[in-house]
Design a protein around this ligand. Structure first.
Ligand code: FES
Length: 114
């Protein structure tokens, strides 16, 4: 597994628009999974761990959006999250948020930021 410092996560055009994918990463202490959510040129990244229980949000690998594609949705108990800031808007985790992951988009490629 590539290290954090050198990790390219995806090509922008490989992320559905609007849509999402997941990507495994090597953390400082253990591997983790990142969700990448795209809407046009805007791409957000969060750790794929629901603040309610810590479970991954996606039953189907890489599908994180609600049916109307307006929110991130956890498939376990249907919590809805704001795509722009990861804040829980509805469901069993009020006041909690997804953990953001710093990324950079460089020449059409999404990279983990330092
Ligand atoms: S595990 Fe995500 S809402 Fe319960």
């Amino acid at each position: 597994m590539p290290t954090i410092e050198s990790m390219k996560l995806a090509d922008v055009h490989d992320i559905p628009n609007p849509g999402s994918i997941s990507h495994d990463a090597a953390g400082k202490f253990r591997p983790y999974n990142i969700m990448l959510v795209r809407n046009g040129l805007d791409i957000k990244a969060y750790v794929n761990s629901c603040p309610h229980t810590g479970a991954p949000l996606d039953f189907v690998d890489g599908r994180f959006l609600s049916p109307d594609k307006q929110h991130i949705q956890c498939t376990t108990h249907d919590a809805l999250f704001d795509i722009n800031n990861g804040r829980c808007l509805a469901g069993p985790c009020p006041g909690q948020s997804l953990k953001p992951v710093a990324i950079e988009v460089i020449n059409g490629e999404v990279w983990l930021a330092d």
